[in-house]
Design a protein around this ligand. Structure first.
Ligand code: GLU
Length: 373
């Protein structure tokens, strides 16, 4: 029994994959209905539930005469435009039977990479929860372009877990969980029931399989689990095709793979810097500064910067690199690239004399920096 691991959970993000709620003909309304029944029961038990649902593309593609995956991005986007409202309708119809209402939020990576928009999205979600509405999130597939895509809903669900500060992420998949080798090729493959730390050995178990309808295979699920657990949320990957598995998980049954939350979780803001904010440039540090930052927990001062690359504004994220240009941390810069060109290598007390003003002693404050693990 796993009840102990769920004892502290109040708010849960549930990711529902295309492979779970769709088939070749479009949406699988029965599965959506069963999941909604479970959502209702979880809410009765006092959990706050946020859904991240895929299958907009799967729900719309038949109208374009597409069988299998859409071959081009415009076709995928058109299919999502058709399917997203159908997907929401299916959820709304099912939830209505339990007197539950749903609210749709479509996000792009840009919405979360900008701190103001991130906080705004968060406010909207919190308001929906406060009013007892079930938020249903998807990527804004029909307008999104490559640079601002999450890419897959596994990643989006991990970002959402951070956004709403949920204690648990449940990924409903079309497989039972993580196996130690590919179960389709190796009949002796064993399901891994618990992962304490996502080591490279565990990551290697994911192989490189892909599903027909969804974007993510096990690799993107492990990445999502890594992000969510680093933020302090446990992550479960379970088979969402088996009716009521979601409820069984909360009943304490040991199913799927459960990833324990990291022992020293990152604060939500640091998590956002590390995983959501897109770096705009590079700061190359000398050895002394690298050591001060990594070993002694210091902020980054202009004197430690040897070189920089890229054009960035104050408040942008930057990669913090060693003399070989290898990234070892990320941070949010207090100075623009144009300002930094003038003050790099200089002492803190010289900043004001050179620029005529100063935003603070640090180029990247410790609180706005995340060392890569
Ligand atoms: N957002 C896509 C959809 O709704 C799915 C992306 C994914 O499969 O991860 O169809």
């Amino acid at each position: 029994m796993r009840t102990i691991l769920l004892a502290h959970v109040k708010r849960v993000v549930i990711k529902i994959g295309s492979g779970v709620i769709s088939n070749d003909d479009g949406l699988d309304l029965d599965r959506i209905a069963t999941i909604c029944e479970d959502v209702h029961k979880l809410r009765q038990r006092g959990y706050e539930v946020i859904l991240v649902s895929s299958a907009a593309v799967a729900a719309g593609k038949a109208d374009l005469g597409i069988v299998g995956k859409p071959k081009t991005i415009p076709l995928k986007q058109a299919a999502a435009a058709i399917g997203q409202s159908r997907l929401m309708r299916a959820y709304k119809d099912s939830l209505r039977q339990y007197n539950l209402k749903a609210g749709q939020i479509l996000l792009t990576r840009d919405d979360l990479a900008n701190r103001r928009r991130y906080l705004n999205a968060r406010n909207t979600l919190m308001t929906l929860l406060e009013y007892g509405i079930v938020p249903i999130i998807n990527e804004n597939d029909s307008v999104v372009i490559d640079e601002i895509r999450f890419g897959d809903n596994d990643n989006l669900s991990a970002m959402t877990t951070n956004l709403v500060e949920a204690q648990l992420l449940v990924i409903l998949s079309d497989v039972d969980g993580l196996y130690d080798s590919d179960p389709r090729k190796n009949p002796a493959a064993r399901l891994v029931s618990e992962v304490e730390r996502l080591t490279p050995e565990i990551e290697a178990m994911a192989g490189n399989e892909d599903t027909d309808l969804g974007t993510g295979g096990m690799i993107t699920k492990l990445k999502a689990a890594k992000r969510a657990t680093l933020f302090g949320a446990g992550t479960a990957i379970i088979n969402g095709r088996t009716p009521h598995n979601l409820l069984y998980l909360f009943d304490g049954h040991e199913l799927g793979t459960y990833f324990l939350p990291a022992r020293d979780p990152m604060a939500a803001r640091k998590h956002w810097i590390a995983f959501t904010k897109k770096p705009k440039g590079k700061l190359i540090l000398d050895h002394g500064a690298q050591e001060a930052v990594t070993e002694r927990g210091k902020s980054l001062l202009p004197s430690g910067i040897y070189q920089l690359e890229g054009t960035f504004e104050r408040g942008d994220a930057v990669r913090i690199c060693d003399l070989n240009g290898i990234e070892f941390a990320k941070g949010v810069t207090n100075y623009t690239s144009a300002e930094l060109v003038r003050i790099l290598g200089k002492k803190t007390k010289e900043i004001e004399g050179i620029l005529g003003y100063q935003y603070g002693d640090e180029v990247v404050h410790r609180d706005n920096m995340v060392i890569n693990t």
